[in-house]
Each structure stands twice: as structure tokens, then as C-alpha cells.
Design a protein around this ligand. Structure first.
Ligand code: A3P
Length: 309
């Protein structure tokens, strides 16, 4: 059972209209004052849009395709999560072959690591610590179509005991379209980043493109990171970052997280990894209503999503 203190930390509270974890809001000034440096790379996603996948791709590129190095720790600890302030986010420190568990906030964890940093965030662009934009850091944004993202978020809230209960699918439909979920509205998040993509160094990728042609998209990430890897290494990265491999890999499938936090018997963390699973969830009526709301909320943007492969 969760303690009262932990429950309080789990509640969502708003910053400038965006629901965030209470612990993030409590540490807001420390997060906002984070000093990014010009060579840093920030991995940016709306929740459930392929964060873990792009993290593994980035890490494989960074480690030149060395699988063993990528398995040095669980993936959530490779790239400090800048707005994360909820204890515990344990980190494993290996000293003299002994393992130590240490607890850090995302910003503290980053500062303890050598720079340049590769960091991650779910923050909408307007809530980023200002130093990222002031220093013209590189941003790697991955977006997934709204319907599949909503399905994934729904199942994640069912299995993640740290998040609000999503209720029924019908109830969640309303919650999601109204942006009453952690990190706010999908529509505003995606639009916000998309509209800034030519003003900053933003590589804007789509989950659906990575699924369709992983090698081509991985190559884009590699170039963006200023790396050059041999064709055979790229092929290896494509294989190692496939859904099947990552589902089996204990460093990426969250199997090390206790059941009291992520209950994978309700829904696995690596659930389906496909494009178009929304068709198994939305009724025709819901889909039409969703499309209408989508048109209103996304009016005027040039962004185009692929809804099935
Ligand atoms: P589903 O719930 O639709 O299966 P995040 O990491 O941002 O939480 O995103 C989670 C979603 O990405 C999940 O979607 C998960 O299955 C999917 N995913 C993770 N790794 C993947 C991979 N290698 N290939 C395809 N999808 C992947």
C-alpha cells in the first residue's frame, strides 16, 4: 500500500495550466534553473510516444553499437529525466564491483554526470528550463499519432500504480481529449514543438516512420548527433532496437521495476509496439468524434500523422 506522503507526491498539480506530478511542481524553481550547456542533447516526447525506443536508439548510437555497454544499467537511468523529482528514482552506482543504489532528482543526476549530457523530458516546449533554448541545445522530438498514443497511455495508467486510475475507456477518452493527463494536452504538446522546429535545432521524428523504416530514421538520429557509424553497425542497431528484442531485454522492458509500481500482469510495459492498435479500441462513433475534435484542435498546423502502416 502507498503511504500518504507518496500519494500526495503522485497527485497532478498544474503549472501554467499543465498537469504535472506534484513533486515536479514542488521542485519547479530548481528544475527551471537547470543549466543546460550548448553541447547537450535533449530527448523530448509526450508520454507514451516512443521515449524508451528513441532512448535505446540514441544510446546504441552513442555507444557505437556496443550491446554490452548499452546494458550497463536500466534504460531509465541512461538519460536523466529533468523534471523528475519524485523519490525514489534509484540509480545504480558501481564502485569496486559493488553495486550501490543512490537516489537523485533528475537535475541532480545530470549534474553528477560528465557533460555533454543526453537528457530527456516530457515537458511542453514552453515549460522547458530556459537554458536549453538560450544555449541552442539539440532537441530530438518523437511524436506518435494521437489515437495510438491515447491507447498506450490508457493501458499505462492501468498498470502504473503511481498514476491516477484511468477509469473506463469511455471515461479516459474524455480525460485525454481534455488534456487532463500528466504533461497536459497531446495536441498542444505536439503543436508546440512542431511550430518551433525551424527556430531551434529540433529533429522532429514520427514513431510511425521509425516503425516503417527504422534504418532511415536511425541514420537521421546518427547524423543529428554528429556521429558516423558503419553500415553493419547501423544494421545491428536496427536489430537490437526492434520491439521483440526490447521486450525481451531486462534493461529496456522495465521488468526490474517492482510490481507495486508497474504491474505488468495488468498490461506489459512493452505492450504492442504497433501502429494502428487504436482500431481495436475506438468504436466507429468514438473515432469520428475524435477526428472532429482533432480537426478543431490541430487547425492551422501543417503536421501530418500516419494512422496505419
Ligand atoms: P504500446 O503501449 O502501444 O505498445 P514510452 O516509452 O514513451 O512510454 O512509449 C511506450 C510505447 O512505445 C509502447 O507502446 C511501447 O510498446 C512502444 N515501444 C517501445 N519500444 C518499442 C520498439 N522497439 N518498437 C516499437 N514500439 C516500441
Amino acid at each position: 500500500a502507498l503511504t500518504t506522503e507518496l500519494r500526495t507526491q503522485l497527485q497532478l498539480r498544474e503549472v501554467a495550466g499543465i498537469p504535472l506530478q506534484a513533486s515536479t511542481v514542488d521542485n519547479w524553481s530548481q528544475i527551471q534553473n537547470f543549466e543546460a550547456k550548448p553541447d547537450d542533447l535533449l530527448i523530448c516526447t509526450y508520454p507514451k510516444s516512443g521515449t524508451t525506443w528513441i532512448q535505446e536508439i540514441v544510446d546504441m548510437i552513442e555507444q557505437n553499437g556496443d550491446v554490452e555497454k548499452c546494458q550497463r544499467a536500466v534504460i531509465q537511468h541512461h538519460h536523466p529525466f529533468i523534471e523528475w523529482a519524485r523519490p525514489p528514482q534509484p540509480s545504480v552506482l558501481v564502485l569496486h564491483r559493488c553495486f550501490f543504489l543512490i537516489y537523485f532528482k533528475g537535475v541532480e543526476k545530470a549534474k553528477a554526470m560528465p557533460s555533454p549530457w543526453i537528457l530527456r523530458t516530457h515537458l511542453p516546449i514552453q515549460l522547458l528550463p530556459p537554458s536549453f533554448r538560450e544555449n541552442n541545445c539539440k532537441f530530438l522530438y518523437v511524436a506518435q499519432n494521437a489515437k495510438d498514443c491515447m491507447v498506450s497511455y490508457y493501458h499505462f495508467q492501468r498498470m502504473n500504480q503511481m498514476l491516477p486510475d484511468p477509469g473506463t475507456w469511455e471515461e479516459y477518452f474524455e480525460t485525454f481529449i481534455n488534456g487532463k493527463v500528466g504533461w497536459g494536452s497531446w495536441y498542444d504538446h505536439v503543436k508546440g514543438w512542431w511550430e518551433m522546429k525551424d527556430r531551434y535545432q529540433i529533429l522532429f521524428l514520427f514513431f510511425e516512420d521509425i516503425k516503417r523504416d527504422p534504418k532511415q530514421e536511425i541514420q537521421k538520429v546518427m547524423q543529428f548527433m554528429g556521429k558516423s557509424l558503419h553500415e553493419t553497425v547501423l544494421d545491428k542497431i536496427v536489430q537490437e532496437t526492434s520491439f521483440e528484442k526490447m521486450k525481451e531485454n531486462p534493461m529496456t522492458n522495465r521488468s526490474t521495476v517492482p510490481k507495486s509500481i508497474l504491474d505488468q500482469s495488468i498490461s506489459p510495459f512493452m505492450r504492442k509496439g504497433t501502429v494502428g492498435d487504436w482500431k481495436n479500441h475506438f468504436t466507429v462513433v468514438q473515432s469520428e468524434r475524435f477526428d472532429e475534435i482533432y480537426r478543431q484542435k490541430m487547425e492551422g498546423t501543417s503536421i501530418n500523422f500516419c494512422m496505419e502502416l
